[in-house]
Design a protein around this ligand. Structure first.
Ligand SMILES: NC(=O)c1ccc[n+]([C@@H]2O[C@H](COP(=O)([O-])OP(=O)(O)OC[C@H]3O[C@@H](n4cnc5c(N)ncnc54)[C@H](OP(=O)(O)O)[C@@H]3O)[C@@H](O)[C@H]2O)c1
Length: 364
């Protein structure tokens, strides 16, 4: 898709140039000469007309390139519209698809007729999601259960796509390990473990999937968070892993451009979404409403299919505040802090997840 845009661009510019000339020609006012009312000499009329036209010529020289640039910018930034057929028959891996946003992505993909391979730890939940995907019209649906703490498992999932699907068009990295919601407790071991699940397994799967994605000119979709773009309190380990994703995948995207590798990378910056665990962890502490997970899942898929560089959901509560990051960082940070009911989070206080019980606590 990228190369296609490049090929058509010069032709497009020529058309733009001709269009601008035509536009300008029509807009140049013709000097109105009425023989009955003209009192000056014919040479004065000629001089006036010449100077008027040379002014127009100068204007034309400036205006045409300017309009050309504006239109070229518009052309490059104009968004292609999404059509569900774009994902029909595509071979897609979705990680962390037993619940939450990943589960919703699997259902959307099923409705669009994709081949789906999902993964998470809980086999019973994955089985149900796969059954539902088949009912909804997936071209095929299967699962592999295991933990992303184990890099060999991460690579195994990708190999399974090679074996059973014969290739891969889209790799959606969405799973997230459990962490706590509260003040940072100084546990370095927990950060190491979370980095393995939330970051290193993403890297391992990308490395394994790259040969297949290069062949299909496919896409990598990385699900991240506002907490991966600006510091958020009470999710220090989680936030660190999400920042790592931005560093790795944004740098990799640069190398893909340099090497003309036509594999897109879409980094998804999400705000607060109404998944069960996120609501349980933070609904009574956060002063912002949670956005619907099904809509969020669809926006992620659209962003991946359209090969966006970054996807913001919801735009108003993620992209717009982030505009302050470089010019008014302290203001942005204080806005972030003002979104919490701080009186409800005491030092040393942690929130337990219903799903993980004593094994862990929610990640947000
Ligand atoms: N919800 C939000 O407010 C929000 C906000 C910003 C960003 N996000 C991002 O959106 C993505 C999805 O979040 P979500 O709210 O849908 O999460 P979720 O409902 O908690 O689902 C997490 C998924 O990851 C799987 N998982 C957890 N630990 C795993 C492990 N060790 N190995 C393999 N799979 C594991 C879980 O299944 P098992 O437990 O069965 O393994 C589950 O399928 C995450 O990347 C998250 O950071 C969410």
């Amino acid at each position: 898709m990228q190369s296609k845009e490049r090929d058509t661009f010069p032709t497009y510019l020529q058309t733009v140039h001709k269009g601008c000339q035509l536009l300008l020609y029509c807009s140049i006012p013709t000097p109105v000469i009425n023989n009955n009312t003209w009192k000056g000499s014919p040479s004065l009329l000629a001089t006036q007309t010449r100077s008027q036209l040379s002014g127009m010529g100068r204007l034309q020289k400036i205006l045409i390139p300017f309009l050309g640039l504006v239109l070229a910018f518009w052309f490059y930034s104009a968004r292609e519209t999404f059509k569900p057929e774009m994902l029909k028959g595509k071979r897609v891996i979705v990680t962390g698809a037993s619940t939450g946003i990943g589960e919703e992505m699997a259902y959307h993909l099923a409705r669009m007729g994709s081949h789906i391979l999902i993964t998470a730890r809980t086999e019973s939940k994955l089985q149900k999601v796969v059954e539902r995907c088949r009912e909804l019209g997936a071209a095929s649906a299967q699962y592999i259960s295991g933990t992303m703490e184990d890099m060999a498992f991460a690579e195994h999932v990708v190999k399974e796509a090679q074996t059973s699907l014969g290739g891969l068009d889209m790799l959606i990295l969405n799973h997230v390990g459990t962490s706590y919601f509260g003040y940072f407790d100084g546990d370095v071991g927990h950060i190491r473990k979370l980095l393995e699940i939330n970051f290193l397994s993403y890297v391992a799967m990308t490395v394994s999937a790259l040969p297949m994605l290069k062949e299909s000119e496919g896409s990598i979709v990385v699900v991240s968070s506002m907490a991966g773009k600006v510091g958020f309190p009470f999710t220090v380990p989680y936030s660190a892993t999400k920042f790592a994703l931005d560093g790795f995948f944004s740098s990799l995207r640069q190398e893909f451009h340099i090497q003309n590798i036509n594999v897109s990378i879409t980094l998804c910056i999400l705000g607060f979404i109404d998944t069960e665990r996120a609501l349980h962890a933070a609904a009574d502490v956060l002063l912002v409403p949670a956005a619907p997970r099904a809509e969020c899942a669809l926006e992620i898929l659209k962003g991946g299919a359209l090969r966006y560089r970054e996807l913001y959901y919801r735009y108003g509560s993620t992209r717009l505040p982030l505009l302050l990051r470089d010019c008014a960082a302290e203001l942005l940070e204080s806005m972030v802090r003002s979104r919490y009911r701080l009186d409800r989070i005491g030092p040393g206080q942690r929130r337990q997840s219903p799903a993980d019980g004593a094994a862990g606590s929610p990640h947000r």
